[in-house]
Design a protein around this ligand. Structure first.
Ligand SMILES: Cc1cc2nc3c(=O)[nH]c(=O)nc-3n(C[C@H](O)[C@H](O)[C@H](O)COP(=O)(O)OP(=O)(O)OC[C@H]3O[C@@H](n4cnc5c(N)ncnc54)[C@H](O)[C@@H]3O)c2cc1C
Ligand SMILES: *[C@@H]1O[C@H](CO)[C@@H](O)[C@H](O)[C@H]1NC(C)=O
Ligand SMILES: *[C@@H]1O[C@H](CO)[C@@H](O)[C@H](O)[C@H]1NC(C)=O
Length: 547
C-alpha cells in the first residue's frame, strides 16, 4: 500500500489537493499503477517526438493508449487532472457531487447547456466521462454493428470487450431498490428475465457496472495499467488546441500537435512517420478540435475567420443525444445509493433505475415537511426511460471566441423525429404500469397520520390519464433531460472512413464516441472502451502487415 501511495504523493507535490488524496477512503483498493506513467504537462520538454499522440485521456483514449504502447511510443494529452486529486469521483456516494456543484473550470465535470435548454456535462479528468458517469456496463446490440459503417471483425470485438471487462466490469448483488425495480419490470411485462448478462437483448436483466460491490469506481483510467510503461507517457493539464499539418497541400498530413500546460506554456509534440495523431477528445471535444483546426464546413469556418485546411460539410453534424425522461419518488425508508444495475429492454425503449440521497435542505417547499421525518437526507428512487438511436439529431458549431476551453454551441433537437417521441410515450406508459405493480407497494408511504398515503413524487408525476397521447407527449417534451449519451459529430462515412481515418487528411484518426451514428447498447461506455482496444489492435495488425 505504501508503494501504491508513493506515486500519488509525488504527483501531488505539484497539485494543491494533497489533503484530499490523503483522505481517500482505502487507496489500497484501487490500482494506481498508471501513475508511474503520468506527468504534469509543465514537467515535459517543450518539443518531443512520439509514434502516436492521443488527444484526450478519456474512455476510448485510455484503452487505445494502453494497446498501442504494447509496441510503440505513445503520448496521451489530457486537459484534466488525475482522479486522485478529486477522490470523490472514485466513490459511488461522492460521484454525483460534480454534476451538482459549480464548475470552476477545473472540476472533473465540465458543464454545458445545449441549445435545447437541457443542462449536460462531459468529463474533464484522466479517464474522461467514465470517471463521472453512472457506471452501467452493457455491450452493444447487433443493430449497432450492422448500421455503424465499420466492417467489424467480430472475433476481435469479442476479444476487445473481454480485455476491457477483465479490468473494469463488476457483477455485484442488486441493491434493494434495483431488485425491486427488476421484479416490478417483469411484473409489468418487460420479459423475459435474462438474469445477469453483458449482452443487450430484449427482456429485463442485471448488467455489470464499473462500480464494484463496495461502490468503488473502476473507470477507463485503470485500463492504462495494462500499458507498457516504457512506451507510455500520459500528460495531464495538457490542453491541445492546434494540430500541426504538413505544408504540402497536395497530400495533407497531421504531423503533431501543440498543447498548453497549466502555466500557459505551449509545447510541441510531433509524430514520427508512419505514426499518427488520434483524436479521442469525445463527442464534443473532437469535432470542436477539427473545426478549430480548419477541417469542417466552409461557411462555419469562414464566418469565424478560420482558414480552411480541408473542407468537409459534415464535421459537427449528426450530433445526437438520447433523451432521458424519469419519474422519481421519495422512499419511505432510507436506501443506499445505487447507480444503474438493471435494465428493461424492448424494441422501442429501455428502462433504467437508480437511487440516490438528496440533502433534505434541497427539498422543494411543498415537500419541506419531510425533513421532520428525514432530517439529514431523503432517499430518492428514480425510474427512467431512454429511446434507442435516437433518430433526431442536431449540430455543433464553435462559439464565437473559438477558444478550445469554451464549450461549442450544440443542439440535439430532442424528439424532433416523431418516432423518438412515440418511443418516449410508450416507455413512460410502461413506467406507469411498473409503478402500479405489487412489487412497488413497499415504496408507498403509509400511516404518517393519514397525511401521506401512496407515492411521494420528487418532481413531475406522470399525467393522470396515461392513455392520453397528447398529455404524454407534452410530458415527454417538458421533462426531457440528457442521458449524457451524446455522440456523433465525426460520423463514419461522412467525416471518417471505415478505419476511422479522417477523410482527406493523412495520419489523423478519430477514436471515440463522435464516430457513432447511434448510441451503442443500453449505455455506451462498454463499447467506447471496446472501440479503443479494438482500434489499437487493428492498428498494430495493420502496421505489422505493412512492415
Ligand atoms: C453523467 C454521465 C453519466 C453517464 N452514465 C453512463 C452509464 O451509466 N453507462 C454508460 O455506459 N455510459 C454512461 N455515460 C456515457 C459515457 O460515459 C460516455 O459516452 C463515454 O464516457 C464517452 O467516452 P469518450 O471517450 O467518447 O469521451 P470522454 O470519456 O469524455 O473523453 C474525452 C476526453 O478528452 C479530454 N479532452 C477534451 N478536449 C481536449 C483537449 N482539447 N485537449 C486535451 N484533452 C481534451 C477530456 O478531458 C476527456 O478526458 C454517462 C456520461 C455522463 C457524463
Ligand atoms: C446498505 O449498504 C450496507 C453496506 O453495504 C448494507 O449493510 C445495508 O444492508 C444496505 N442497506 C440497504 C437498505 O440496502
Ligand atoms: C383518457 O384519454 C383517452 C384518450 O384521449 C380518452 O379516450 C379517455 O376518455 C380519457 N379518460 C379519462 C378518464 O379522461
Amino acid at each position: 500500500m505504501a508503494l501504491l501511495l508513493l506515486p500519488l504523493l509525488l504527483f501531488n507535490l505539484f497539485l494543491p489537493q494533497l489533503e484530499d488524496v490523503l483522505a481517500l477512503p482505502t487507496p489500497s483498493d484501487y490500482d494506481f499503477t498508471y501513475m508511474r506513467s503520468v506527468y504534469d504537462a509543465s514537467d515535459l520538454p517543450l518539443g518531443e517526438e512520439y509514434e502516436y499522440i492521443i488527444v484526450g485521456g478519456g474512455t476510448a483514449g485510455c484503452s487505445l493508449a494502453a494497446t498501442l504502447s504494447e509496441k510503440y511510443k505513445v503520448l496521451v494529452l489530457e486537459r484534466g487532472t488525475v482522479p486522485a486529486a478529486y477522490p470523490q469521483v472514485l466513490d459511488v456516494d461522492g460521484s454525483l457531487r460534480f454534476l451538482i456543484q459549480v464548475d470552476d473550470g477545473y472540476t472533473p465535470a465540465q458543464k454545458f447547456k445545449s441549445e435545447d435548454g437541457v443542462p449536460s456535462a462531459r468529463g474533464r479528468i484522466l479517464g474522461g466521462s467514465s470517471m463521472i458517469n453512472m457506471g452501467f456496463y452493457s455491450r452493444a446490440e447487433e443493430e449497432f454493428y450492422r448500421k455503424s459503417g465499420v466492417q467489424w471483425d467480430m472475433s476481435l470485438v469479442e476479444k476487445a470487450y473481454q480485455w476491457v471487462e477483465e479490468t473494469v466490469a463488476f457483477h455485484s448483488d442488486l441493491s434493494d431498490w434495483q431488485s425491486t425495480a427488476k421484479e416490478a419490470m417483469l411484473q409489468a411485462g418487460v420479459g423475459p428475465d435474462n438474469g445477469y448478462k453483458l449482452d443487450h437483448i430484449v427482456g429485463t436483466k442485471a448488467g455489470a457496472s464499473i462500480f464494484d460491490e463496495q461502490g468503488r469506481r473502476h473507470g477507463a483510467v485503470e485500463l492504462l495499467n495494462r500499458g507498457q510503461p516504457n512506451n507510455l507517457r500520459v500528460a495531464v493539464h495538457a490542453t491541445v488546441d492546434r494540430i500541426i499539418f504538413s505544408s504540402n497541400p497536395s497530400s495533407l498530413s497531421a504531423m503533431g500537435v501543440i498543447y498548453t500546460d497549466s502555466k500557459g506554456k505551449t509545447h510541441k509534440a510531433l509524430v514520427r512517420d508512419p505514426g499518427e495523431v488520434i483524436l479521442s477528445a469525445g463527442a464534443i471535444g473532437t469535432p470542436q478540435l477539427l473545426l478549430l483546426n480548419g477541417i469542417g464546413p466552409v461557411s462555419d469556418l469562414s464566418s469565424l475567420q478560420i482558414p480552411v485546411v480541408h473542407a468537409n460539410p459534415y464535421v459537427g453534424k449528426f450530433m445526437a443525444d438520447n433523451p432521458r425522461n424519469t419519474i422519481s419518488i421519495i422512499a419511505p425508508k432510507p436506501l443506499n445509493t445505487s447507480y444503474v444495475q438493471v435494465v428493461g429492454i424492448t424494441q422501442d425503449y429501455y428502462i433504467e433505475t437508480l437511487s440516490a440521497k438528496v440533502p433534505s435542505s434541497l427539498l422543494p417547499p411543498s415537500l419541506a415537511f419531510l425533513s421532520t421525518i428525514f432530517p439529514l437526507d431523503v432517499s430518492v428512487a428514480t425510474i427512467g426511460e431512454k429511446i434507442p438511436g435516437p433518430l433526431s439529431s442536431g449540430s455543433l458549431k464553435l462559439s464565437s471566441q473559438a477558444d478550445v476551453r469554451d464549450t461549442p454551441v450544440v443542439r440535439f433537437n430532442y424528439f424532433e423525429d416523431p418516432q423518438d417521441l412515440a418511443g418516449c410515450v410508450s416507455g413512460m406508459r410502461k413506467i406507469g404500469d411498473v409503478l402500479k405493480t405489487s412489487s412497488m407497494e413497499r415504496f408507498k408511504f403509509r400511516g404518517f397520520g393519514g397525511i401521506l398515503e401512496g407515492f411521494v413524487y420528487f418532481g413531475v408525476p406522470l399525467p393522470v390519464n396515461a392513455s392520453d397521447d397528447l398529455a404524454m407527449e407534452v410530458f415527454c417534451r417538458n421533462t426531457v433531460e440528457t442521458f449524457w449519451h451524446y455522440h456523433g459529430g465525426c460520423v463514419v462515412g461522412k467525416v471518417v472512413d471505415g478505419d476511422l481515418k479522417v477523410m482527406g487528411v493523412n495520419a489523423l484518426r478519430v477514436v471515440d464516441g463522435s464516430v457513432f451514428n447511434r448510441s451503442p447498447g443500453t449505455n455506451p461506455q462498454a463499447t467506447v472502451m471496446m472501440l479503443g482496444r479494438y482500434m489499437g489492435l487493428k492498428m498494430l495488425q495493420q502496421r505489422s502487415q505493412s512492415n
